[in-house]
Design a protein around this ligand. Structure first.
Ligand SMILES: [Ca+2]
Ligand SMILES: [Ca+2]
Ligand SMILES: [Ca+2]
Length: 512
């Protein structure tokens, strides 16, 4: 049974000015009577009832008990995985949710960090996985997946195949002997948000298959979005769309040092940061925007023989073997050309640009970026902890200085900008906030939004036991209602999306 209760409604009046200002704020609540909450802990027992005081021991058990709408919380600590669901699969996730508002939630509990360590598990080789996901409408959040082994080929950290309508958020896929996160087939509609993939290396294949993030073989359905992800020291490529036959959106992601192993000291295989090519089918136009790629062995941004072009907007390529390489085996023309706008190649070292529609990039404008154009060319801190909302750490690396000659030299491609025109590269000068899209489904829960004395509005979410499981400041200028669920059995689903203006002017909100 399900009914919808009105939580709060707001009207938002945006600050006027000629800046592009967009704001979207929505808050929804649905009540699902039957949703259950299950707990899993490294010290638990699968014979337990799965409560917070008597938790299960394995994610597999939590999954096996869960139904659509349920939440399976993983407590922090290391789970040594020692039994397998199938000969090639450690943990098998086959159940599905029913909709965006009623997923099955496999979440780290609060700020705790569960680590699924497969080092002691033998699984057969060749497209096996630590975890295989086949269900739909699932949401994984806050879980580390590492040390998946393989004897004579590559095995994935997490392999989602077929993969449809799932969310992977704040996950970390590392030190697996194959791709970190591998997506294959299915109907897309995925959000891969604020995830990391690093140090994946398939020694048995000389590193040829271990990409950080791989997305492949989808032919129909809905868009897959990667946002806020990092990929580094993967033996093959950071992000690879090999044989992906449906457009993908990659935005605000980083790639560093791919093609190298052993924390950068050893040689891996291909070594592209963003390998956005599909060598088989023309007319698959991916969009890659606001991404930063640096010190990868080979290309920063690479089209990988694709017979059709993609859109490359406002990316920064720094000190890669090659910066932008639009290699195709065909001569591209008409609507199959690559479209490159507002990108930075620092230094210019591009290849195979002859079939591209390229305007307002550093190389078109004869701008040679220099260290003095940036707040810093040191990447110190890039691997550091993410911000509380899961977004990438805020570091000065490759952000523009006041005096930078890259400011306002771009053209409008539909992305937010400040000043008179878009800047070149991944970071707009003067941008004070970044876009976030978040979802906060929790077990039987309450939420409160309040205004702190300093004017920062704060969203807090509590579980049934009254524990605060989420707290986040949401900036100034919001005046929001306070809500607390009166229904002990209700599930609160908060969908929050706030795209704040690239302006120092606050948003003004009032409730109706
Ligand atoms: Ca390869
Ligand atoms: Ca690859
Ligand atoms: Ca600007």
């Amino acid at each position: 049974m399900k009914n919808v209760i009105e939580l709060a409604s707001f009207s938002i009046t945006e600050a006027s000015r000629s800046l592009l200002v967009t704001a979207l704020f929505c808050l929804q609540s649905t009540t699902t009577i039957s949703a259950a909450t299950w707990f899993v802990s490294p010290g638990g027992n699968d014979a337990n009832p799965g409560t917070i005081d008597q938790p299960f021991a394995t994610l597999q058990k939590g999954h096996d008990k869960a139904s659509s709408g349920d939440t399976v919380y993983l407590r922090g600590g290391t789970y040594k995985i020692t039994s397998r669901a199938e000969s090639k699969i450690g943990i098998s996730i086959t159940k599905s949710g029913t909709s965006d508002a009623e997923r099955i939630y496999f979440w780290a509990y609060g700020d705790e960090r569960p680590v699924l360590d497969f080092a002691n598990l033998t699984i057969e080789s060749n497209i096996g996985a630590g975890i295989r996901v086949q269900g739909k409408w699932l949401h994984f959040k806050g879980i580390e997946i590492c040390n998946v082994k393989s004897q004579n080929a590559a095995n994935n950290g997490l392999w989602c195949n077929p993969c449809t309508n799932n969310i992977f958020e704040n996950m970390d896929f590392h030190h697996n002997q194959g791709p970190g996160l591998s997506i294959a087939n299915g109907n897309g509609g995925l959000l891969i948000l604020n995830c990391d993939a690093h140090d994946n290396f398939d020694a048995a294949k000389n590193g040829e298959d271990a990409d950080g993030f791989g997305i492949h073989y989808q032919t129909s359905g809905d868009t897959i979005v990667l946002r806020g992800c990092r990929a580094w020291w993967n033996s093959d490529d950071g992000y690879d769309l090999f044989e992906q036959k449906y457009p993908v959106v990659v935005e605000n992601c980083w790639a560093y040092g791919n093609g190298y192993i052993n924390e950068g000291s050893g040689n891996g295989a291909n070594g592209s940061g963003f390998k956005m090519g599909n060598p088989k089918v023309a007319g698959i136009r991916h969009t890659i925007s606001n991404c930063v790629s640096w010190k990868n062995k080979n290309q920063g941004f690479y089209a990988n023989h694709s017979p059709g072009g993609s859109n490359w907007y406002n990316n920064t390529s720094y000190n890669n073997g090659t910066q932008f390489d639009m290699l195709s085996d065909n001569v591209l023309s008409g609507n199959l050309v690559h479209v490159l706008r507002n990108n930075v190649a620092f230094p210019e070292r591009n290849r195979n640009m002859q079939d591209s529609d390229t305007k307002s990039n550093t190389w078109d404008l004869n701008i040679a970026p220099a260290n003095s154009d940036f707040e810093s060319v040191s990447d110190a801190g890039w691997m550091g902890p993410r911000k509380p909302d899961g977004s990438l750490p805020d570091i000065p690396f490759l952000k523009l200085k006041t005096s930078s000659k890259l400011i306002d030299k771009g053209i409008d491609v539909g992305l937010p900008f400040s000043g008179n025109a878009p800047d070149l590269g991944a970071y707009e000068f003067g941008a004070t906030t970044t876009a976030t899209a978040r979802s906060f489904p929790v077990g039987p829960a309450a939420a409160a939004i309040s205004l702190r004395a300093d004017g920062i509005s704060v969203l807090r979410i509590f579980d049934l036991a009254g524990r605060s499981v989420f707290t986040e400041g949401m900036g100034t200028g919001f005046r929001l209602l306070t809500y607390k669920s009166g229904h002990a059995e209700s599930r609160v689903q908060l969908n929050l999306e706030a795209v704040l203006p690239l302006s120092s002017e606050p948003l003004h909100t009032s409730h109706e």
